[in-house]
Design a protein around this ligand. Sequence first.
Ligand code: TRP
Length: 447
Amino acid sequence: MKSASNFSKFGFILSALGSAIGLGHIWRFPYLAGQNGGGAFVLLFLVFCITLGVTLLVGEMLIGNKGRGSVAASYEKLDPTKSKKWKYASLFAITGPLILTFYSVVLGWVIYYFVYISFKLPTNIKESGATFNDLIGNHVGVQTLSLFIVIAITAYFVIKGVKGGIEKLNYILMPLLFIIFIGLFFYAMTFNSFSEGLAFMFKPDFSKILEPSVLVAALSQMFFSLSLGAATMISYASETEEKQNLFSSALWIVLPGLFISLLAGVIIFTFVAEFHGNPSGGAGLVFVTLPLIFNQMGTVGHVVSLLFMAGLLFAGLTSTVSILEPSSKLLADRAKMSYSKATLLISVAIFIIGFFVILSMNGATAKMFSFFGKSLFDIIDIVTGNYLLTIGGLTSCVFIGWMVKKDNLKKFTKEFFSPALFTAWIVLIRFVAPIIILIVFYYKIAG
Ligand code: TRP
């Protein structure tokens, strides 16, 4: 099933970048950096993104770009085996909707903070923590409404299609996001603690670099933030021109993405240092520490809060559309139903499970929706982030590296890879990437 019209060359890059930059870059990256000792984690993450990230992005994008259909159809077209079993690798597209069940809930919190907390900032850390816990522990209604808004907007743009929906959304929101964050960065520069923010992000503690937990966190974050392992890049790339330079596209996703992550990190840790927040505040960093800091800024804090939450919301929406699109297209293609119907069906399922995710953190119902002592929210986050994305990424990596013939790969990439680059990419995708993924995966299970 094909949408009426495809991405333009630039629209593809912008939309793939929009997919990559999301809550992962702005909410997850800083708190992971805070929990994993700052600089060491940042350095590892940088190295992973530039080497493995670029390699895997080119790999996933090749599957879509040469396959030119839904994820299953793309695998099928490139699959050299007689049995054509690789199309089942498209099942990893299910990871997308699963991620959306908690991702949309978090994005719902962003909406709540935008319309409510920005005007009524907390005055001390206790109040700030209480506000956040109160939202999650007691307010099912508000969260469900916000969840509905997020899923409705996402479904609307996905149904509008690649050109008329997704690309347009990205053309508007991505420049706004960059303007907001660069503005906030300049504002952070005016603080005395700016140098401390910089130091926290960029001074690596080398004793931490080979710690398994830091390695695991950095690699998982690479998959999540580059939208790898859940068919997003395969599906988007099937909608761009065949002559797209996939290498430069990959660089245009990785480098600006790193830029935004680092910007967000420096901004947040400058504020944290200036106002004596706790850098390892975890998932609550953005929702508990930041509003307090915004309050301490005085009147201007309300504006900064609004801008920050707006930036986060824009970044999130350009990601949610990309998390939903592959599975919609896949279902439409394989179940032979209309694209809108497929999108609606999946969206309703996400909404229902998302509702249970909300209940799993609500005081009165938490027990009912928790298993093995973990809330449904945590379980889905861990299963997708720690396992499904990694295995999905490894699958596409092995497929492109080992199943597709080397001669074909050479043909596919000759427009953008010099012979030396091609050799480097082959070594990376055949050997380095799978081995590192397996080693880190081993630590994950062992740890
Ligand atoms: N990369 C996005 C972020 O950082 C989230 C995302 C979009 C994603 N598409 C994905 C994560 C596919 C995993 C797989 O917020």
